[in-house]
Ligand binder design. Sequence first.
Ligand SMILES: CC(C)(COP(=O)(O)OP(=O)(O)OC[C@H]1O[C@@H](n2cnc3c(N)ncnc32)[C@H](O)[C@@H]1OP(=O)(O)O)[C@@H](O)C(=O)NCCC(=O)NCCS
Length: 411
Amino acid sequence: VVEFRKYDSSKDKDAAVRTWREVGWVEDGEKQTELVAQFLDVGRTLVAEVNGEAESLAASAPGTVRYLDERLPFAAVTAVTTSRVARKQGLAKRLTARLIAADALDGALVSGLGIFEQGFYNLLGYGSGGYEHWLHFDPAQLRIDYRHRVPRRVTVEDAEAVHASRLARKKGHGAVNLLPVELTEVEMKLAKEGFGLGYFDGPKGELTHHLWFNGSGEQGPYSVWWYSYQTGEQLLELLSLMQSLGDQVRLLRMREPRDVQLQDFLEQPFRFRQLTQKAKYENRMKATAYWQVRMCDLQGCLERTHLATGPLRFNLRLSDPVERYLPEDAGWRGTSGEYVVTLGPESGAESGRDASLPTLHSSVNAFTRLWLGALPATGLAISADLRGPEGFLRELDELLRLPTPKLDWDF
Ligand SMILES: CC(C)(COP(=O)(O)OP(=O)(O)OC[C@H]1O[C@@H](n2cnc3c(N)ncnc32)[C@H](O)[C@@H]1OP(=O)(O)O)[C@@H](O)C(=O)NCCC(=O)NCCS
């Protein structure tokens, strides 16, 4: 018999830590155990109990997501794990479905996560965002027309300032904030070779821009786990600071910042990629779509959707695969239904159907991608579960000309 219930640290901590060791997320040791416990006490954690032990676990944390100039309540699925003894019983899927339902009932309009592989979370209604570029480059190659000042060291003791700096960073369409400070603190502590550099330029000495690295050794590589800045000038200062490590460090790994092409700053990027092929300090760029999102509340999302043009009205037949994994009596059963949708400066959705309007058929996976601006309607009609009259799809393309969505926060 399987029981789904809330995580209770006094009872489930050991089983949770054991599972995380089994899946290779943490190593042995008291410090790691405490960090897992601290992490699971934040936000919402659900477990599936098998033979009296919590063998599967799903956790989420509250946040916000930007949609153009609006800020929507967001829930981040921060962990899903099943121990070695309970795989392929449908525990992870059913637990995560319950987690999304609880977050939706709590007011989350959008849920998001990082994937371990494509396909699994699609079963729960998630659709992929755009590609993220990760660059691996020699910092000595950076050409920055800016001279950085001497930064201050940022350490785990500064976790609160670091978290505040992340929350206050320059944001654009799609930007996510995870609200609990503990998430930043635990991540900083989990970095085996973590170190930070930053500038406390705020009016009250707040940390305005910083880099958080993980890496060691004489030549690296170092990974930039995250960075934050509020202005373009601050980004240039951070890049110049990275460049200053280049007399010693041969490789940095970093996610490309929003709205900036990092390759613009690199000296002869192709030459170095060719010269370092298959080498220890290989210079390259990787593009991967590794985050996914799903709407939890169609009406709620559309009420906060203010587009530059429109309105366009249409029928939406929305399907939502998550309902398959929820109990009959769940208070939230996904978003499937028939709606009349308006998209424009003021948007909305009502239940029903209007025979005079064109009809769009879509899964919530594909519709979320459309709404967020990950891909255009005519493209989704080719590669995803979305269809409608060709002319109408082209109208949607024109209406939903949104900035490239970026969460800017890996979790
Ligand atoms: C991922 C994980 C949580 C799944 O746990 P689980 O309880 O075995 O999952 P479920 O039983 O609910 O689902 C397993 C099913 O999903 C299927 N599945 C797995 N990956 C899939 C994919 N990429 N696309 C489609 N289906 C997939 C499996 O084939 C299996 O189907 P079956 O039961 O019909 O054979 C577990 O493997 C795990 O803990 N992995 C290590 C940690 C991890 O990576 N967690 C995810 C973090 S994002």
